[in-house]
Design a protein around this ligand. Structure first.
Ligand code: ADP
Ligand code: ZN
Length: 732
């Protein structure tokens, strides 16, 4: 780490500093700066905590509230670049907004404790002395050839490039033909903004120029890049990325799902000639550590990742892109509950730089922000290279139903056959994993349920199991009904993707298909393999859940069939209609992305529903206006605010008691109302009983202050937990 001027390190031996620990604690603790140490805000330090040692961050001068005899000393300064000031302010801001302890938010920024130690030097091999007497084998020769050109290689790289084992390499080292050297770290290839992008269409070019100018000027501003699927949004925001790189700023691109990163990474690599740093849950510990460290020391210029990438310690962040900004998966529902899209906007404001939200189906929140002038918008109304948007037709399941026990209507079946006969590819969309969502006894009607959740067990026939999708509980299919003891009377009810595959298989023997669901596409590698099989036309059909709905670009894919378009409309979710519209539009957008025109068949029992009418008439505007009116009339978000409290515990009586007490202590103020407590739709989840309270307030109300006072006014037993969710997306 570079030496810093003493004046920039204001805390000297004997001073008190406040140290925030990555623990769910609200307060930062005071520690004394030890002899020979000088510290500044943001420094990562190691401090004693009870009998343990833990890493924390110097948050500022001490409060002086700790009694002299209890005061402990900072143990040491860790060898990591300090947490940037903007990151510290971001942690405080997110904590205050979400009502989670600052330490819990800091934990997300310090998710790789191992990265706080100086990186281990990398041992690599170079050519050693030439020894004519060296016993030569084919494998040894390959190793020497690999090292003949190019840089030093690590043991494993060298072995794999030479297609041999590590013992051969070590043997050569022993013989002196190669030798080990120590490198300070692995140099990263940097994305090159000088590389030319594709020739842009007029619309694309004007949008790109606008974003480039923003990236060049800096300064906070939100731009909604609103373009139909296939219009080239990615190419357009790549221009802004290039400009930010040119200005020596770091760039963060948030994607809603890690499975999506595969094709995105390829495109980024083609455009910029190097990979960005990846950040998501599927990384090995070594890669996480390297990525965290590279972000912190500025070595990583572009990061692509899932929502938690927002909390990495960027010293020079200058642009954020949130792709598919409408996606509900930007909302993190566990741990600190926050919306990564909204917090990304906050991060940009704190850093005073531009942020781009991209979508073909923007959220109502963003649409309203555009109409009130808070956000700017750039439109890309057409698909690239004259590709037409696919025609969407509804299939009325009441008039044109599938045969008994089947899920494909005759029309969809016919279209599927035509598509395959034409040598094209198809996608069937059904947002349900497994074989069947419900298994019941035909004799007594008993339904197989999860013992720990208010949920049915979903049959996964390929794995031979019944599975709870909420807690992961597994069971074998019982031989007898647990209720009436009848044997072999179980019936699978309703379709999942596996069952649909079975039907297609029977209909078109020998059809080459893949099932794409979160349990078959578990990470970027699996996604990449799916992409490859589609691109190489090894398969004709993808049967998938929402994970195939967006992002993918398959030139030969011309038919998309939605098996049960009504699925997402059930239940009382505030955003059910909006989400269904977005999801179906996204899936439809997979069809006909290149020269061959696409068509989309949507099976529904409610062809008159506003969502279905909007799809069929391609009239997003009217639909969104109607949605906005309905929300405004009900004073619901984004025209009002919601905060939900979920009270849970294993002791049902204690949960009920706590909920009632919270309800009695509910804030009373103008424009604030508290609804509930009511049993949550998942009244039992992972063995915990759950009740919900919902605080509803006007837009202008500072809800956080109310909720903070409310929670402080009631003291609840430790066995009852209250989860706070500001701006809830899930109402389960
Ligand atoms: P979106 O993100 O809006 O769905 P993409 O950026 O994925 O659109 O573009 C769709 C396809 O069209 C991609 O394969 C992309 O490479 C291609 N494309 C878009 N714009 C151009 C362009 N100006 N020149 C060449 N190819 C383009
Ligand atoms: Zn369960």
């Amino acid at each position: 780490m570079p030496l810093t001027r003493a004046s920039a390190r204001p805390f000297r031996p004997g001073d008190l500093v406040r140290v925030l620990l990555p623990l769910p604690l609200d307060a930062a603790y005071d520690y004394r700066v030890g002899e020979g140490m000088s510290l500044q805000a943001g420094d990562f330090v190691s401090v004693p905590l009870g009998p343990r040692q833990t890493a924390g961050v110097v948050w500022g001068p001490g409060s002086g509230e700790v009694a002299e005899e209890r005061l402990k000393e900072v143990l040491g300064l860790l060898e990591a670049p300090p947490l940037p000031d903007q990151s510290m302010r971001f942690v405080d801001w997110v904590a205050a907004y979400t009502l989670y302890p600052a330490g819990a938010v800091l934990k997300m920024a310090m998710s790789v404790p191992a990265a706080l130690a100086a990186p281990k030097p990398v041992v690599a091999y170079v050519r050693g002395r030439d020894d004519p007497g060296l016993r030569m084998t084919a494998a040894r020769r390959r190793v020497l050839e690999v090292l003949a050109d190019g840089p030093a290689r690590s043991l494993s790289e060298l072995a794999s490039e030479a297609a041999t084992g590590t013992s051969v390499v070590r043997g050569l080292e022993g013989a002196g033909a190669i030798r080990a050297v120590t490198l300070p770290g692995r140099p990263m290839a940097q994305p090159d903004w000088r590389r030319p992008g594709p020739e842009l269409s007029a619309d694309q070019a004007s949008a790109a120029r606008n974003l480039e100018a923003k990236a060049r000027r800096g300064g906070f501003g939100v731009t909604l890049l609103d373009g139909v699927s296939g219009s080239g949004k990615t190419e357009v925001y790549f221009q802004a990325v290039a400009e930010a790189l040119k200005r020596r700023r770091q760039v963060l691109v948030l994607l809603p799902e890690i499975a999506l990163t595969a094709q995105w990474l390829d495109r980024f690599g083609e455009r910029f000639g190097a990979e960005p740093a990846e950040w998501h849950s599927d990384l090995t510990p070594a890669r996480r550590r390297a990525a965290w460290r590279a972000v912190a020391d500025g070595g990583a210029r572009v990061v692509v990742g899932a929502r938690s990438a927002l909390f990495l310690p960027y010293p020079e962040l200058g642009l954020i892109v949130v792709d598919e900004e409408h996606e509900p998966s930007f909302k993190q529902e566990e741990g600190v509950v926050y919306n990564a899209r909204d917090m990304a906007v906050v991060r940009a404001r704190l850093g005073d730089f531009p942020i781009v939200l991209a979508s073909a189906t923007p959220s109502l929140e963003s649409t309203v922000n555009v109409s009130t002038g808070r956000y700017e918008t750039l439109l890309l109304p057409d698909r690239h290279a004259g590709a037409a948007l696919p025609r969407i037709s509804l299939i009325d399941l009441c008039r044109n139903p599938p045969a008994r026990g089947r899920w494909l209507s005759p029309d969809l079946e016919g279209a599927l056959k035509e598509t395959l006969a034409a040598g094209e590819q198809a996608m069937l969309f059904l947002n349900r994993r497994g074989y069947a969502p419900l298994t019941l006894c035909r004799r007594c009607g008993h339904r197989l349920k999860c013992p720990s959740c208010t949920a049915w067990l979903v049959e996964h026939r390929r794995r031979g199991e019944l599975l709870c999708h909420h807690c992961g509980h597994r069971a074998n299919r019982p031989a007898r009904c647990p209720n009436c003891q009848a044997e072999d009377k179980f019936a699978a009810c309703g379709p999942g993707v596996e069952r649909l595959a079975e039907e297609v298989d029977a209909l078109l023997p020998g059809i080459r298909y893949a099932i794409a669901a979160s349990d078959t596409i578990t990470g970027p590698k699996a996604a990449q393999e799916l992409v490859r099989r589609m691109e190489d036309h090894e398969i004709d059909l993808v049967i998938g859940t929402q994970i195939v709905a967006k992002g993918y670009h398959f030139p030969l894919l011309t038919l998309v069939g939605a098996i049960d378009a009504d699925l997402g409309l059930a239940g009382g979710d505030l955003r059910a209609a909006e989400r269904t519209f977005q999801l179906l539009t996204q899936v439809a957008g997979r069809a006909g992305r290149e020269r061959r025109p696409g068509r989309v068949l949507v099976q529904t029992s409610m062809p008159g529903h506003p969502v279905m009418e909007a799809l069929a008439s391609a009239d997003r505007e009217r639909f969104m206006e109607a949605e906005a009116r309905a929300r405004r009339d009900a004073a619901m978000p984004p025209f009002g605010k919601l905060v939900s409290l979920i009270v849970s515990g294993t002791d049902e009586a204690a949960v009920d008691d706590a909920s009632r007490r919270l309800s009695r202590a509910a804030p009373e103020a103008d424009g604030v109302r508290v609804l509930g407590p009511a049993p949550a739709p998942f009244a039992l989840l992972r063995g915990r009983h759950r009740r919900r309270l919902l605080l509803k307030a006007g837009r202008e109300v500072a809800v956080q202050a109310h909720v903070r006072r409310w929670l402080q006014s009631v003291s609840l037993p430790g066995k009852v937990r209250v989860q706070v969710d500001v701006d809830p997306y899930s109402f389960l």
